[in-house]
Write a new protein. Structure first.
Length: 248
């Protein structure tokens, strides 16, 4: 079974590691190429975009792909939409591997918003020094908030437009709760902006915010795709094994 994993997440790397060398599977992982030095998964890897929906559809056909696993970031809505459309066009199954989102607990001061624009509109009512822990893609939504100071963190330097008053920290997680707590204290952060990415790898900032009483503006996820969705690597492997040997 030829499996294409649309990757870039920890779950995608773990799935590739499980399937690599497993009898009956040939796996290729695809990375978007947005990070200069990505973490490479086990097995065959391709880096870079497909050239849109038509490019992905052509790749699936020319490589005789049997199943597509969308294990991209929960906020990679365009890639997921292309995966849904391309797999349907070629007539191959699509499985979405998506870690569950976060749930607020005692002590959390969360404000859920639909998108970055809504977050930017709400932010000045909650604080003056914000930590934008949302990656590089949506920073432009906050560029006009001249009355606020921003801490920006990304793996690679972010491109403009950026908020005028900012400080950039380069780093690749996972980060510990102790480190996140110290970061918030050092920069006197009084409001955190994050995406509902889910999982343990990026949850430490929420723990630190809770302990310090810092409010969180949390961007809701895009709607789930019209495709089978599993929440763990083990569940994904089980589904793939069932597809490979449908009669047991």
């Amino acid at each position: 079974m030829n499996v294409l994993i649309l990757g870039g997440t920890g779950e995608a790397r773990r799935l590739a590691a499980v399937l690599d060398g497993r009898p009956g599977f040939a796996v290729t992982s695809s990375l978007a190429g947005r990070v200069a030095v990505p973490w490479l998964p086990c097995g065959s890897v391709r880096v870079g975009g497909f050239g849109g929906l038509d490019g992905l559809t052509g790749w699936l056909r020319s490589n005789r792909t049997d199943v597509v696993v969308d294990a991209t970031h929960p906020f990679s809505a365009r890639m997921t939409a292309h995966a849904v459309a391309a797999s349907a066009a070629v007539g191959v199954p699509l499985l979405v591997l998506r870690r569950p989102g976060w749930t607020a607990g005692p002590g959390d001061r969360w404000h859920r918003v639909p998108d970055a624009a809504a977050a930017a509109a709400l932010l000045p009512t909650l604080g003056e020094r914000a930590f934008l822990a949302i990656g590089r893609q949506q920073l432009a939504a906050f560029a006009d908030l001249d009355g606020m100071w921003f801490l920006l963190r990304a793996v690679d330097p972010p491109a403009p437009p950026l908020p005028r008053r900012n400080h950039v920290v380069l780093g690749r997680g996972p980060f510990t709760a102790d480190a996140e707590r110290e970061l918030l204290r050092e920069h006197r952060i009084d409001v955190l902006v994050a995406r509902d990415s889910g999982g343990d790898m990026t949850a430490a900032k929420l723990v630190a915010a809770r302990e310090l009483g810092v409010p969180v503006v949390l961007l809701n996820r895009p709607p789930e795709p019209d495709a089978p969705v599993v929440g763990t690597v083990d569940d994904a492997v089980g589904r793939l094994e069932a597809l490979r040997t449908p009669d047991g």
